[in-house]
Design a protein around this ligand. Structure first.
Ligand SMILES: *[C@@H]1O[C@H](CO)[C@@H](O)[C@H](O)[C@H]1NC(C)=O
Ligand SMILES: *[C@@H]1O[C@H](CO)[C@@H](O)[C@H](O)[C@H]1NC(C)=O
Ligand SMILES: *[C@@H]1O[C@H](CO)[C@@H](O)[C@H](O)[C@H]1NC(C)=O
Ligand SMILES: *[C@@H]1O[C@H](CO)[C@@H](O)[C@H](O)[C@H]1NC(C)=O
Ligand SMILES: *[C@@H]1O[C@H](CO)[C@@H](O)[C@H](O)[C@H]1NC(C)=O
Ligand SMILES: *[C@@H]1O[C@H](CO)[C@@H](O)[C@H](O)[C@H]1NC(C)=O
Ligand SMILES: *[C@@H]1O[C@H](CO)[C@@H](O)[C@H](O)[C@H]1NC(C)=O
Ligand SMILES: *[C@@H]1O[C@H](CO)[C@@H](O)[C@H](O)[C@H]1NC(C)=O
Ligand SMILES: *[C@@H]1O[C@H](CO)[C@@H](O)[C@H](O)[C@H]1NC(C)=O
Ligand SMILES: *[C@@H]1O[C@H](CO)[C@@H](O)[C@H](O)[C@H]1NC(C)=O
Length: 810
């Protein structure tokens, strides 16, 4: 050792003397590899490094090898490495003269610590792992070996994870693959002494959808939380995917003829090289520029279009759900033993799944019926189902929850999808996140905003915004919120949308008459399930009174206004069904109605309504006159304006005018709809016309057309069971005969007090005259309108005593 050291110092001195011009090999008769390193001053740094680490004896003993020795400049560039592993620079069992290195790229993987990539470029430069050979073919004559001086260090390539991480960073690519290997272990041993065919992000996208990629790379990290069969399948898929792109040996660089290798799945992969080994072809797929990359220990070739990554994983709904971050939903299905729905594509049947984007674990979980309610045995393509319909439309589908305890007559509970503008909702609550479903096989998947709730009992299923509270109150009162099991399910026709309130007198009538309300509600509930998408048909059913009824169903036209209708033999009129307002409950379906239909068995007469309005004594007045009494007693098609009882105080004077007064409050049936809708002109039985006005709050007012500005307010309405156009309108005070403007002249009062005094006297005279004329002509000749108080001064003495008739105008 000492000798060697001295020898080295001597050599260094000699090196200075002889410069680098060193052909004097022959001067030393028995040279070894170490001698060569010693004699060449350009290796001095390298020599010092290996001396320090005690490799000299090792190199002296070793036979039959090639040493790549970095020249001094390599150390300057790379910085002085404190530790050198001599194995990084050795090719064992091979003496490789530079003349044996062919054009192109060659990979040496045997007898080396890590693979060597030798490259001879077009300008005849030879490099090993990017270090150019600057001083080739130095052969000792006393040792079977060869030394090549190289211009760079040979450092150990990075571990595979680090290598992939660097690649991701440097090229902003391979994100998917890096994600993929995150939970792949033991990665290093899988790729040891192997070739990795590395798919770029584009490569993934070329063959897999986003959801599929999510599954393959387990982007949500859900796999590790799974155990048992669920986890096993996923784990196996990922393993197979990985093994498919790992070749059993290290292959790269120039390959004279095509060769074949096996991947770790045991499948053949044909391997070829192009362009002198810089481009690799695996089963026909061509590598990208990033080929022949080293890691420790193995080689990687990147691809943008590697076809063998496709068809490795066979997808089904379960895997899609994992890819959609719905692993919790999958767990629930397994827990309820419903995994067959997502495993084998529902046995080739169409299936649509609505999957809630659930909050993390800790959600309440699902019952089995509730889970099944998220599945429909149809192919539901929203764009197809709602292709021709306008901005708002609904359709119903049967869910996979089919009743087994005869609540629904062994039918399947439905779901309703509503399109509103461009959004879609299920059962009017739960929003569908996207229009295009994910499709795997015959299964379609939609993500929805929340869990679908299986319809519960009747009361909880009524949409609170539908204005059904009066009906619910009656149902509750009659104990009908819990219906007995009937083995068929129920269809319930329910007056909603404040149809009770708009006929308040009817509502009050029913509130006071338990018999009538019982008949009413029980007539509207019958056996069997009729949804609003029914076809034209006629069938028998049994209502809740136990009576057999005939139902005639007409589905209406395609026109949206042309709603379907039901005719029940026990009910009056056609019952208009609102298309797709169906409300589902656990025993059937509710149709909220916008109108009030009455059963045949309930009679509501004009007298009933007048009594309900509390103006009983009006009946007596009407009955005084034959023509009017027949209207109330025979329920002829007339409507009656009924002043409140309190406004009819005072004695009703005997008068010929009384009949006029009453006739002014009787409306022939054909004008009733004008009153109900508050539009058009309404003629009274007296012949005078009334005008209806609605204020901003929806209050309705009546006044005499072309007459006084005085108005009466309609307080309540109700209609009889006898005619559609026979109704009672409760008004806050009577319409005065004096408001009629049968004389056309008007007097205007001047404004000065003196003038008014004069005018008042004049008026008194005129009034007397007016009374005279009024009596004589049956109708008042004058009506005086005082612009300041609008009072009727022409009040006849015989007029029924009418409270507020004058003063009320102020
Ligand atoms: C070098 O080693 C290889 C492999 O062991 C052997 O085939 C070859 O014959 C050896 N060469 C010499 C010159 O000993
Ligand atoms: C990898 O290859 C090297 C060189 O051929 C060999 O020495 C080593 O034993 C191999 N490792 C494994 C695990 O096969
Ligand atoms: C050689 O250099 C290129 C370009 O700098 C680099 O991409 C490659 O990884 C290097 N190869 C080795 C074996 O160090
Ligand atoms: C490659 O193929 C050619 C022609 O078939 C043959 O002559 C040659 O020996 C083959 N080379 C190798 C390394 O198999
Ligand atoms: C490569 O191609 C061969 C034949 O074309 C085929 O048998 C083999 O399965 C393919 N390899 C892979 C991994 O798909
Ligand atoms: C699935 O749905 C499509 C389109 O609605 C239909 O044509 C096909 O017959 C259905 N298949 C089954 C098995 O019901
Ligand atoms: C995936 O789902 C889990 C829980 O189910 C949630 O915590 C996580 O934020 C979700 N990840 C993404 C990217 O949506
Ligand atoms: C209650 O209604 C029933 C059925 O319409 C009727 O027969 C009965 O007379 C009504 N009772 C009263 C007090 O109006
Ligand atoms: C009204 O006429 C009836 C009989 O016609 C009579 O009995 C009654 O007293 C009269 N009432 C008044 C207030 O004049
Ligand atoms: C109501 O009657 C008035 C006067 O008779 C007339 O001018 C008006 O056009 C009528 N309106 C309707 C809607 O019939």
């Amino acid at each position: 050792m000492m000798i060697l050291l001295h020898f080295e110092i001597l050599l260094l001195l000699l090196g200075v003397v002889f410069s680098s011009n060193f052909e004097a090999q022959d001067d030393f008769p028995f040279t070894s590899v170490v001698d060569i390193l010693s004699q060449n001053v350009e290796f001095s740094t390298f020599l010092r490094a290996i001396q320090r680490q005690g490799y000299i004896p090792y190199l002296n003993e070793l036979q039959n090898y090639t040493l790549f020795a970095p020249v001094n400049s390599a150390f300057i560039e790379e910085g002085v490495e404190s530790e050198i592993d001599i194995q990084n620079y050795l090719l064992h069992n091979t003496i490789l003269p530079s003349s044996d290195i062919d054009d192109g790229i060659h990979v040496i993987s045997e007898n080396v610590k890590f693979p060597f990539i030798l490259e001879r470029t077009e300008d005849d430069l030879v490099s090993i792992n990017n270090a150019t050979i600057v001083d080739p073919d130095l052969s000792p004559n006393f040792q079977k070996a060869i030394v090549h001086g190289i211009a760079g260090m040979l450092s150990t390539p990075p571990e595979v994870e680090k290598f992939l991480g660097q690649l991701e960073k440097e090229f902003n690519d391979f994100h998917f693959f890096n994600n993929f290997i995150r939970n792949m272990s033991p990665l290093a041993s899988l790729v040891l002494n192997r070739t990795l065919l590395l798919p770029s992000d584009a490569n993934f996208r070329n063959f897999y959808s986003d959801v599929e990629i999510n599954y393959i790379i387990d982007v949500f990290g859900s796999l590790q939380k799974l155990n048992g069969k669920m986890g096993h399948v996923w784990y196996t898929d990922r393993q197979r995917f990985f093994q498919n792109i790992i070749l059993e040996d290290i292959l790269g660089g120039f390959i004279e003829n095509s060769t074949s290798s096996q991947n770790l799945n045991g499948k053949v992969v044909n391997f070829e090289s192009n362009q002198d080994g810089s481009v690799i072809s695996a089963n026909g797929s061509i590598s990208s520029d990033l080929s022949n990359m080293l890691f420790s220990r193995g080689i990687a070739h990147a691809f943008n279009n590697l076809r063998i990554i496709s068809n490795v994983v066979q997808f089904n709904a379960e895997k899609y759900l994992h890819g959609l971050n719905c692993t919790n939903f999958v767990k629930e299905l397994y827990f309820r033993n419903l995994q067959h729905l997502i495993l084998d594509g529902n046995l080739g049947e169409n299936l649509t799944i609505f999957v809630p984007t659930m909050p993390a674990d800790g959600s309440d979980g699902f019952s089995k019926p509730n889970l099944l309610y998220h599945f429909a045995g149809d192919e539901i393509r929203l764009d197809k189902e709602f292709a021709v319909t306008s901005s708002k439309a609904s359709k119903m589908f049967e869910s996979e929850y089919c009743d087994s305890n005869a609540k629904l007559g062994r039918n399947c509970q439905r779901i309703k999808i509503t399109k509103d503008k461009n959004e879609y909702y299920i059962n009017e609550k739960c929003k569908i996140g996207h229009k295009e479903p994910y499709q795997v096989g015959k299964t379609l998947i939609y993500m929805i905003s929340e869990n679908l709730k299986l319809p519960g009992d009747l009361a909880s299923s009524i949409n609170p915004f539908y204005g059904c509270s009066s009906s619910l109150m009656f149902l509750n009162q009659l104990g009908l919120l819990d219906l007995p099991l009937n083995g068929k399910g129920y269809t319930i026709l329910l007056p909603c949308f404040n149809s009770w309130e708009s006929l308040e007198l009817n509502l009050e009538f029913f509130q006071k008459n338990a018999t009538a309300i019982n008949l009413m509600m029980k007539n509207m509930i019958f056996d069997g399930l009729i949804y609003s998408d029914f076809k034209d048909s006629r069938f028998h059913a049994k209502n809740l009174l136990g009576e057999s009824i005939t139902v005639k169903a007409e589905h209406g036209g395609c026109d949206e206004d042309d709603d379907p209708s039901l005719e029940l033999s026990s009910m009056k009129g056609k019952i208009k069904i609102e298309r797709s307002l169906d409300l589902f409950f656990n025993q059937g379906v509710v149709h909220p109605l916008k109108q009030l239909n009455l059963p045949e068995s309930v009679t509501i007469s004009l007298k009933d309504l007048i009594r309900t309005a509390g103006s009983n004594n009006l009946i007596g007045l009407l009955e005084k006159f034959e023509e009017l009494s027949s209207i109330v007693n025979n329920n002829e098609p007339y409507s009656i304006l009924v002043p409140t009882a309190s406004s009819l105080i005072g004695g009703i004077l005997n008068s010929t005018k009384l009949i006029d007064f009453l006739k002014l409050h009787v409306i022939p049936g054909k004008y009733t709809s004008g009153l109900l809708n508050c539009c058009g002109n309404v003629s009274t039985a007296l012949g005078d016309k009334l005008t209806c006005r609605r204020d901003t709050q929806g209050n309705q007012f009546l006044k005499v057309s072309d007459g006084s500005q005085n108005e009466v307010r309609i307080l309540k309405k109700g209609c009889t069971s006898f005619h559609d156009d026979s109704c009672v309108f409760l008004i806050d005070r009577p319409i005065s005969l004096q408001w009629l403007n049968h004389g056309k002249s008007r007097l205007r009062l001047p404004h000065s007090p003196l003038a008014i005094g004069i005018v008042v006297e004049t008026v008194v005279l005129i009034v007397c005259l007016a009374i005279f004329l009024y009596r004589k002509r049956r109708k008042p000749a004058w009506q005086l309108i005082n612009p300041s108080d609008d009072a009727d001064i022409t009040r006849p003495l015989v007029e029924p005593s009418v409270r507020d008739a004058e003063t009320g105008a102020n």
